[in-house]
Design a protein around this ligand. Sequence first.
Ligand code: AMP
Length: 192
Amino acid sequence: MKICVYCASSPKVDAMYFTAAESLAAAFADAGVSVVYGGGATGLMGRLADTMLARGGSIKGIMPRFMNEVEWAHRGLADIEFTETMHERKAKFLEGIDAVVALPGGTGTLEELLEAMTLKRLGLFTKPIVIVNTRGFYDPLRTMLERCIDEAFMHPKHRGLWTFVATPDEVLPAVRAAQPWGPDAITFARNG
Ligand code: AMP
């Protein structure tokens, strides 16, 4: 299995978030899951990569060239691909993967996560999207998404776009249990 992980670049976040990144990487490395991520060395990205590498796991970074030029790339990665643009990078994250997982993060993580959900809503991406809600970090997003459904901006079926889990240990079971999704999502993408 190959899973794309979106997560924070900030090194200043609470230790609890670093522990969650470490636990997720440990669960993936132990289960033989390959990871694709943003290629960064700092924050939760750095901890994810360091843990995968320390446990002999497989991890690939995908980063726009300009970020490498300012030395943001993780130097320990054996596999890193450089893209010309942010858009190209985001498209490559989703190629050939079996699921998307989001740990807490800032605008970068949020836009990557919301783009994956949008593509899934349109039936252009069909894999499970699992959101790790460490310390309730994603509660406001969950409330926003529920409001989108309550106010008919989205269809109740769109709850199948995502799964929230409380801890990294629940990620792989959630990926396996996710509601099947197909290109026919285009038929209810607009909610009538
Ligand atoms: P954020 O969740 O806002 O920290 O965003 C994570 C995303 O921000 C990554 O996928 C990158 O697009 C970008 N990014 C911001 N700062 C860095 C950094 N120091 N190293 C690598 N990527 C970064």
